[in-house]
Design a protein around this ligand. Structure first.
Ligand code: PLP
Length: 445
């Protein structure tokens, strides 16, 4: 309705967007001279449209945020209604929608939580979570996994595993790393998940001992590792880390920015660790409002909240809990709470996606590993960049806009993707994997 695909005007708009982008937009995470960004015209459900009207399934949900698809009428309407009433209010005031969202998150999160601190996204949620942990415990050191991504601001960048911050100045010297379990690339030469789990816990225990347990405020962990490889921890690992935390008075911060709000088939991914498992803080963003406006936050226990009962917490942002960001969060939480979407993600992840990918791995000699859960899967290849590029081209040929990270396909479509779209996506994964295999084998022989 906004654009006639393929028309002269559409082509003109696309060209203007691209030219101005190249002339004036500085892109994140990019070598500015080497990029040629695709310009999108519109999106609906799980489909992205370019200016010619070509349709592509959104395989990566826009950095794994568009959990409820594009142009979801309930979220759009929530923003429109809020915009017509109250668009901007200093966070020091009360705000009915923000209160509703806080109450709803606390009631939906499994465990004993009491308060929510709102931020503009994931990285600032991480910054505040570790600041609060330091003030709460009176300790300064923070531990995180090498294979992790926690955001691109000061301390969040330091928490993010070493390889991500090459070239960045050290802004927080009190952050230390450990090797969380990853069977496929085991640092311990483990051959089973049990072995990998046991040794990763022993290693973490050593890191805690050598860094000085009494100096460590918190361990920050993604309950399922996201952009660093989609790694589901072995059964017992999160519980083992929790035990170490309890033994030494260390806080457990679950970074659910990417996997929270249904991605793994549970509201929060830490729930896979069992009914008794509870983190001290949860950081969230993305799925909380399906990416309809910038929003993130921290869910915390009463004990942490009480640290700042009589002494002020100094920290916050002009737009913390912005009305136009919490309005779609309220609508999104209502949709999650209706109870259809997340159980379907768990079921289709186990019954449709997993068997199909495992079968593919049997047939395709270039596939090194398949792993994941819910609507969150990695297919890892033994292949070079040329072969991966052939895979990307095949995806586009088949109407899928790929999410590829190094030698991995990441499969993370919106949680509302239909059965037919999922099958089309998996067909494309198979064809793209074949293109990788043929190109790589072709280079070898
Ligand atoms: N933590 C995790 C686990 C993430 O995946 C991300 C982003 O992908 C972040 C933190 C940072 O979030 P943001 O990009 O909203 O700052």
């Amino acid at each position: 309705e906004f654009i006639e695909f393929g028309s002269a005007q559409a082509k003109e708009e696309e060209k203007r967007a691209f030219d101005n982008d190249r002339a004036h937009v500085f892109h994140s995470w990019s070598a500015q001279d080497k990029i040629s960004p695709k310009v999108w015209a519109a999106a609906e459900g799980s489909t992205l449209y370019d200016f010619d009207g070509n349709a592509f399934i959104d395989m990566g949900s826009q950095l794994v945020s568009a959990n409820l698809g594009h142009n979801n009428p309930r979220l759009v309407e929530a923003i429109q209604r809020q915009a017509a009433r109250l668009t901007n209010i200093n966070p020091a005031f009360g705000n009915d929608v923000r209160s509703d969202v806080a109450a709803k998150i606390v009631s939906m999160a499994r465990g004993e939580f009491s308060h929510v601190f709102f931020t503009n996204g994931g990285a600032d949620a991480i910054e505040h979570s570790i600041r609060m942990a330091r003030l709460h415990t009176g300790r300064n050191k923070i531990l995180s996994a090498y294979r992790s991504y926690h955001g691109a601001t000061g301390s969040a960048m330091m928490l993010t595993g070493e390889h991500r911050r090459l070239g960045n100045p050290t802004t927080d010297p009190d952050i230390y790393h450990f090797w969380a379990p990853f069977l496929h690339h085991s640092s311990f030469f483990a051959t089973t998940q049990e072995e990998e789990c046991e040794r990763a816990l022993k290693h973490l225990e050593d890191v805690i001992a050598f860094e000085g347990a009494g100096m460590i405020a918190a361990i920050v962990l993604e309950p399922v590792v996201g952009s660093s490889g989609i790694i589901v921890p072995p059964a017992g690992y999160l519980n083992g880390v929790r035990e170490l935390c309890d033994k030494h008075g260390i806080l457990f911060i679950a970074d659910e920015v990417m996997v929270g709000f249904g991605r793994t088939g549970k509201l929060f991914a830490y729930e896979h660790a069992g009914d008794d498992f509870q983190p001290d803080m949860i950081t969230f963003a993305k799925g909380v409002n399906a990416g309809y406006a910038p929003l993130g936050g921290i869910v915390m226990t009463q004990a942490i909240r009480d640290t700042f009962g009589s002494e002020a917490y100094s920290g916050g942002l002009t737009y913390s809990g912005h009305p136009l960001a919490v309005a779609p969060a309220k609508a999104a939480l209502e949709i999650y709470a209706e109870g259809e979407i997340i159980p379907r993600v768990a079921r289709l992840g186990a019954e449709l996606i997993e068997p199909r990918l495992r079968e593919l791995a049997e047939e395709n000699v270039a596939i090194a590993d398949v792993r994941g859960i819910g609507f969150f899967w990695a297919v890892e290849f033994n292949a070079d960049a040329t072969a991966m590029a052939a895979g990307a081209a095949e995806f586009k040929e088949r109407g899928v806009w790929p999410m590829i990270s190094g030698n991995r396909f990441h499969i993370a479509p919106p949680l509302t993707t239909t059965d037919d779209e999922l099958v089309a996506l998996l067909d494309a994964v198979e064809a793209a994997a074949q293109a990788v295999e043929l190109t790589f084998a072709g280079a070898l022989f």
